[in-house]
Design a protein around this ligand. Structure first.
Ligand SMILES: Cc1ncc(COP(=O)(O)O)c(C=O)c1O
Length: 478
């Protein structure tokens, strides 16, 4: 055993030196990425090749090259031609909070292990609840991702709506939730984790614009009841993931009220529209939800993972996981809001409130308004251009910064069109000048753009469309 090893690992001077070097490296990366000059967004290599590289690096690579290599082998979300998945280009200040969280490593389960971030968590979730339009008595938590937050919300719903206590007694009834067929897959997964099975996930069809068809709610609900299912919750998407289309939350809220259902809004992507003066209308009715999920790492310029789950009636935020673990969670008659593990699925979690608090305190609501409004405006522009191009076709008019479209040609069968669009996307990926993704909607292959970077300009979008058109045309004449 090397007795000096541990001292070496924790050497403050080494940390200072490496830290300064790293910040310089990242600042340079940020500078060149944001400019988007000639650099690629992604230096794509396949999984086997990547495994080989990192296997070799483990044996012979120099530690001093480590961070540089990580940069070379990852996707650059600060690049304005990054128009891919729904993770933002984090504000550098948010990333610094992540570093602080990593070094302080307060586990957040109980108050003493995270005094400042616990108080900040309460403050930012109170502010967010207010911004949503919830009244006094609303409460929230921060948790590790929209997926986990949606599961937590459905667990809260089950606890609140059912007379039986499933937490203590297990299932008696056959339970079900209603959701749009276009909802994010994590709702389906949450329902299955809760033991609802396939019958317990009632997928309501969408209209031609891909929002939930509210005219079918009653029929779907009655059919479920006639099969002996007890529907306890309905989930609205704000917006849905594939097409970025918002459900009509007001109508869903009214339906839930009439039937006595819990109304959950999965606003992981687009809940931030509450900050946009221009687009706030997209979430009309969100204040009538029982619970709402908003991801900080999607439209609010934070690093992964920073999700907020808000409850209109805060009492639900501390009854979901009623459990005793004497070494950690002592029973308390009072609502000890400051012992956060009582309210979250996690025991240990990161100090994610630092990011919410610092960005919000420094820049105010205006920052989130600017981000959402800029990105949603760009989504509209992109869609307008697609509409006027005979070789391009929109899946649907976007409500947000998610835009799905495809290359079309009247001479090609639908199978061939799918193949051409798949190939276009693969070429784009391998060339690395743009990063966009793809999806299948109603059995059709689409190119999917999510404009996440406020430094993406109309010029970049024009270049992308020209490239898609050129690639598509080359393929049909080949
Ligand atoms: C509508 C919606 N809900 C939930 C999620 C999952 O969130 P997370 O990736 O934070 O777990 C996503 C992710 O894309 C989403 O778009």
């Amino acid at each position: 055993m090397n007795p000096k090893l541990l001292q070496q690992v924790y050497d403050p001077d080494g940390f200072r030196r490496q830290g300064h070097e790293l910040i310089d490296l990242l600042a340079n990366h940020l500078e060149s990425s944001l400019k988007g000059s000639g650099d690629k967004v992604i230096n794509y290599s396949g999984p086997e090749e990547e495994m080989k590289f990192w296997g070799g690096f483990f044996k012979t690579g120099s530690g001093s090259d480590f961070f540089q290599e990580v940069l070379r082998h990852t996707t650059h979300v600060h690049h304005p031609r990054y128009i891919g998945h729904q993770v933002c280009a984090p504000a550098p200040q948010a990333a610094l909070c992540g570093l602080v969280s990593s070094i302080l490593n307060n586990g957040m389960a109980v108050y003493e292990m995270g005094m400042a971030p616990t108080a900040m968590e309460r403050q930012v979730t109170d502010l967010l609840a207010h911004k949503i339009g919830f009244g006094e008595g609303a409460r929230g938590i921060l948790t590790s991702g929209g997926t986990l937050a949606n599961l937590t919300a459905l667990l809260s719903a089950r606890k609140a709506v059912l007379e039986e206590d499933v937490w203590l007694e297990g299932h008696g009834n056959r339970l079900a939730v209603m959701v749009s067929e276009e909802a994010h897959y994590c709702i389906d997964r949450a329902a299955r984790i809760m033991g609802l099975g396939s019958d317990g996930i009632i997928k309501v069809p969408v209209k031609a614009d891909f929002s939930i068809d509210t005219s079918l709610l009653s029929q779907a609900y009655e059919e479920a009841r006639s099969k002996g299912l007890h529907v306890f919750a309905l989930v609205g998407s704000a917006p849905s993931t594939a097409t970025g289309v918002y459900d009509d939350l007001d109508t869903l809220a009214a339906f839930c009220k009439e039937k006595g259902l819990w109304f959950h809004v999965d606003a992981a992507h687009g809940g931030a529209a509450i900050f946009s003066e221009k687009y706030r209308g997209t979430v009309r009715g969100i204040d009538r939800a029982d619970s709402v999920v908003i991801d900080g790492h999607k439209m609010m310029l934070m690093s992964t993972i920073t999700t907020a789950l808000l409850f209109r009636d805060g009492n639900h935020s501390h009854t979901t996981f009623s459990q005793e673990a004497e070494y950690l969670l002592q029973h308390s008659e009072e609502e000890d809001w400051f012992n956060l593990a009582k309210r979250t699925f996690e025991c240990t979690k990161t100090m994610m409130s630092l990011q919410w608090y610092l960005l919000w305190k420094t820049y105010g609501d205006e920052l989130f308004d600017a981000n959402v409004t800029t990105l949603y405006d760009l989504g509209k522009t992109l869609a307008d251009w697609i509409k006027t191009d005979p070789h391009l076709e929109l899946a649907t008019a976007p409500h947000s910064n998610i835009v799905c479209f495809r290359f079309v040609d009247p001479g090609l069968s639908s199978g061939k069109l799918d193949q051409v669009n798949r190939e276009i996307r693969q070429e784009l990926l391998e060339e690395g000048m743009f990063y966009i993704v793809q999806t299948r909607i109603k059995g059709i292959q689409y190119l999917r753009c999510t404009i996440m970077n406020p430094f993406t300009t109309e010029e970049h979008l024009g270049m992308l469309l020209a490239l898609v058109r050129e690639k598509g045309s080359r393929k049909i004449t080949a």
